[in-house]
Design a protein around this ligand. Structure first.
Ligand code: ADP
Length: 286
């Protein structure tokens, strides 16, 4: 499906006639042409197995296209290794399970966002002053500067996700991709994390693409909603256009939000711990 690219900022990334067919023949993404604009907070909705992850991961090459191209502003159609390396460096990824290294400090975790800018991993030890400044700035942006020296595994789930966002911000990205970033968070924490992502999107003019399971959160935070069903984009518009007909196109007819887990909030995570309010010196970092 060819979908309109939302108005607003510069288009930073396009999929042109892009499709993904997995080796077993499963169509993860049917032929799709669409784009993502700077400063637009785009939410992907769809039932499990619809193709949200495939679409998201095709944007930074984690899933290779079977046909078509990915085009990035300032680079063009991504062809060789050098194109993809540059594009990935400019594209931050936020994961559902944070993927932090628990025994390392929060700051060191954020500094791993700078790895793509270093010639070798070793060059991070010790991190350069410039990289530390970028990492600390990213932590400040997510409200966790005071937690810089804590072990990452001592933070609550919501705080760990904010560290994951800071790590992506440390890449100084033009685009952020987040695959179900709030799936393991309680509703209040999930809303705070999405609010943070939306604010970063607007303030920094970054294109943000997030997959979600909660229609209500998409309505609350998205500038643009893309509905995916069976590997196809079946809805593309503002949240105000997400009426019952659109929801049926995405989730199928007859689904009751009260019993369909894909359309309701997740249960609170038992691992969620109270907020950390500690302070610590920042001079002894990394
Ligand atoms: P969603 O993120 O919406 O849950 P996915 O993008 O993960 O959907 O999956 C889309 C379709 O592709 C599903 O049918 C899924 O089973 C299939 N799929 C995903 N990854 C693979 C893979 N590595 N190999 C084969 N099929 C896959």
């Amino acid at each position: 499906m060819e979908t309109p690219i939302d108005p607003g900022g510069t288009v930073l990334l396009r999929l042109n006639d892009a499709s993904v067919v997995y080796p077993d023949g499963t169509v993860g993404l049917a032929r799709t042409t669409t784009g993502f604009a700077a400063g637009a907070f785009c939410v992907l909705l769809g039932p499990s197995g619809a193709g949200k992850s495939t679409l998201l991961r095709s944007l930074n090459g984690l899933v290779p296209l079977s046909a078509g191209t990915v085009w990035a502003e300032g680079i063009g159609p991504l062809a060789g290794t050098a194109d993809w390396r540059l594009h990935r460096r400019r594209t931050g990824m936020v994961f559902q399970q944070h993927q932090l290294i628990g025994r390392l400090s929060v700051l060191r975790n954020v500094l791993t966002g700078r790895i793509a800018f270093a010639s070798t991993l070793r060059s991070l030890w010790p991190a350069s002053v410039a990289d530390r400044r970028i990492a600390l700035h990213a932590l400040d942006r997510v409200g966790l500067l005071d937690a810089a020296l804590r072990r990452a595994d001592q933070l609550s789930g919501g705080q760990q996700q904010r560290v994951g966002i800071a790590r992506a911000l440390a890449q100084q990205p033009r685009m952020l991709i987040a695959d179900e970033p709030v799936a393991s968070l309680d509703p209040a924490t999930a809303a705070r994390v999405l609010e943070l992502l939306r604010d970063i999107c607007r303030d920094a003019g970054i294109a943000v693409v997030v997959s979600l399971h909660q229609v209500d959160l998409a309505r609350r935070f998205a500038d643009r909603v893309i509905g995916v069903s069976a590997g196809r984009i079946v809805f593309d518009g503002p949240p105000s256009a997400l009426d019952e007909r659109a929801l049926q196109a995405i989730y199928g007819p007859g689904l009751d939000p009260a019993i369909d887990p894909a359309r309701t909030e997740p249960a609170a995570s038992p691992s969620e711990r109270p907020a950390f309010d500690g302070t610590g010196p920042l001079s002894a970092v990394a």
